[in-house]
Design a protein around this ligand. Structure first.
Ligand code: 9PG
Length: 594
């Protein structure tokens, strides 16, 4: 399979015009090629294993750049062609797909509001097109089991990057390497460096190992924070949900000493409003300081959940600072609605606004908020729904890409939180936050059930983003290579309960073993009063395996999935010492020594 580069395509808007596609042919990829693509100049320089590129606005007016792609066709690619699709954010699914057989979920949904949450680019794909965010693996029919090409952007903090695979009209297979800038404004003469793209032809290692090598390079270049110690904790969400009360929290705290928790984390449900994180609601008579002190007295690190970039329409933060809210893409001055959750109230049927992380006052606010939470005693911040600044809208500074807007929000939180605070990203565009977070959720939410029925799909095409243990399993195996290369993986909570659950013991242990072998965070989210000594003993086993896996990951050998390209949901996760093989349809598995 050879990459034959043929053109550069830019989607650019000059004032008041929808983005238009401009195309410039290139005759392959030489050491230095400069092409004019509409108002842009794109400079490409090929390397042995990839390309570096930049773009500049050569016109005399500002332009808005949606995306710039370099397009190649795949010579000698025999069908069926497999693509490892890596998801954009924590909850976006990852796994292998076959060109011409599988489809992008946006084809069925056709709903930009949802597509903008789960992909870098909210637009629907072209018919039959497959896409992968940040990195990908391609393997054709002729390839032996380990023969593949791994491709990845060299970073992700300046802009997103999407690989798009499609059958072109001339019957050739095209690969688009798309730098996604989200409509960023470039002043006349302004130049931007883009993240380079690297690729290698591999024949003797698994796709998972190739991705691990890519992640290692990216992590090193971006100064990944992956030193945080192996951690075990408790989280209030998966039993109590948003109905959690102070009584629930204190009742669990009272028995937590019998458990090996280092972290004790309050999730969604304490806050006065989405956006008003320092005040508790009526279910929590105590203030945040008092709650943190109560946790700290038990010798654990207090943790707290917040969705720092969202705000409810009727929150104090929006009422006092309406100018801190980003505006909708339409020019009518409406606030930008980026998420919907009726359980949060908010006065507009559950629609939530995005705070404008290009506004200096918003960044000061976020920094101050993090500082206040840390001084209240919280040393673990779970930052959720953090895709919120990435969605299409009108921003105070139109010169920031979606990736830069997300990153700026995280950096502000980090400034306020200090270096010692453990920052976990959730619902997070993964590529944007390397080097600023300590840990990231790398899958969909777990749930007290294994899999959902197709009839339970909320948005057509997007069943896999809904809470389900099977989806969490799929993501944890597919993204295992990231652990301690880019951050610490958070696979989501183990499920120790044996009552009020539709997970049978073999499904629950398949998931627990997966969490353990991943080497990532081990969080318990059961009501501790409802789980007995078996659960307590089971956690010790999970933690022992987890520490062993994590030790290997710290030495540069994260767990890997040898059959990443073989099944839609890979079955196997291996470490130096162990191997977990699951039957994902039967929800059963065996964990054995190697
Ligand atoms: C709190 C929860 C927990 C959980 C997070 C996140 O698509 N959805 O409607 C959707 C709802 C909730 C959700 C993810 C997706 O969960 O992952 O751990 O903190 O928020 O609200």
């Amino acid at each position: 399979m050879e990459l034959v580069f043929s053109r550069v395509v830019a989607r650019v808007a000059t004032s008041h015009v929808a983005p238009e596609e401009h195309v410039a042919p290139i005759g392959g990829l030489s050491a230095a090629t400069t092409v004019q693509v509409g108002p842009l100049e794109v400079v490409l320089s090929g390397r042995a294993d990839g390309l570096d590129w930049s773009l500049a606005n050569r016109g005399d007016r500002a332009v808005s750049v949606r995306s710039v792609a370099v397009v190649a066709h795949l010579a000698d690619a025999a069908a069926p062609l497999r693509m490892f699709r890596h998801g954009y954010q924590s909850w976006s699914p990852s796994g292998v797909a076959i060109l011409g057989v599988d489809s992008d979920p946006s084809e069925r949904a056709d709903l930009p509001f949802v597509q903008g949450v789960y992909h870098a680019d909210s637009r629907r794909v072209r018919p039959g097109e497959l896409r992968s965010e940040w990195c990908t693996v391609l393997a054709d029919a002729g390839a032996g089991s380990n023969r593949h090409v791994v491709l990845g952007f060299d970073g992700g903090h300046e802009h997103d990057g999407t690989f798009r695979l499609l059958q072109a009209h001339d019957d050739r297979v095209e690969l688009w390497m798309d730098a996604f800038l989200g409509g960023v404004t470039l002043a006349p003469g302004e130049r931007r460096m883009l993240h380079g793209v690297s690729w290698t032809d591999e024949r003797d290692v698994s796709a998972s190992a190739s991705l691990g090598a890519w992640a290692h390079r990216v992590g090193e270049a971006a100064g990944a924070r992956a030193e945080t110690p192996f951690a075990v904790g408790w989280c209030s969400w998966y039993h109590f949900l948003e109905k959690v009360t102070e009584t629930d929290l204190r009742r669990n705290l009272a028995v937590a000493d019998r458990w090996p928790f280092e972290i004790f984390q309050l999730d969604d449900g304490y806050q006065a409003a989405i956006g008003d994180w320092l005040a508790t609601n009526a279910k929590f008579p105590s203030d945040l300081d008092t709650l943190a002190s109560a946790i700290a007295r038990h010798g654990m690190r207090p943790g707290i959940w917040l969705a720092p970039f969202l705000a409810a329409p009727d929150s104090d933060v929006v009422r006092l600072h309406p100018e801190w809210v980003a505006r909708a893409p339409s020019n009518d001055g409406e606030p930008l609605r980026s998420w919907w959750n009726p359980a949060w109230g908010g006065g507009e049927d559950g629609f939530m606004y995005s705070l404008d992380t290009t506004h200096p006052e918003v960044l000061d606010h976020l920094e101050g908020l993090a500082r206040d939470l840390v001084s209240a005693g919280y040393g673990y911040l779970k930052l959720d729904f953090t895709f919120a600044p990435s969605v299409d809208g009108r921003w105070h500074d139109p010169g920031r890409t979606p990736a830069q807007r997300v990153r700026a929000g995280f950096e502000a939180v980090r400034r306020g939180a200090g270096e010692e605070t453990l920052v976990l990203g959730c619902g997070v565009p993964l590529a944007n936050v390397v080097g600023v977070v300590d840990a990231n959720r790398i899958g969909a939410d777990v749930a007290p059930l294994w899999a959902l029925e197709p009839s339970e799909e909320i948005v057509a095409g997007y069943l896999d983003v809904q809470p389900a243990t099977r989806s969490a399993f799929a993501a944890t195996v597919a993204r295992s290579f990231m652990h301690r290369q880019l951050w610490v993986n958070d696979p989501d909570c183990v499920m120790l309960r044996t009552t009020s659950t539709a997970l049978d013991p073999s499904a629950a242990s398949t998931w627990d073993n997966c969490v353990a072998l991943s080497g990532g965070l081990v969080m318990v989210s059961d009501d501790l009063d409802l789980v007995g000594p078996e659960a307590r003993a089971r956690l010790d086993e999970i933690v022992a395996v987890g520490r062993e896996s994590d030790d290997e990951a710290r030495q540069g050998r994260p767990p890997l999935s040898p059959d990443l390209l073989e099944h839609a949901v890979p079955t196997t996760l291996t470490t130096d010492h162990r191997e977990l093989v699951a039957d994902v349809d039967a929800a059963s598995s065996v964990l054995r020594a190697r």
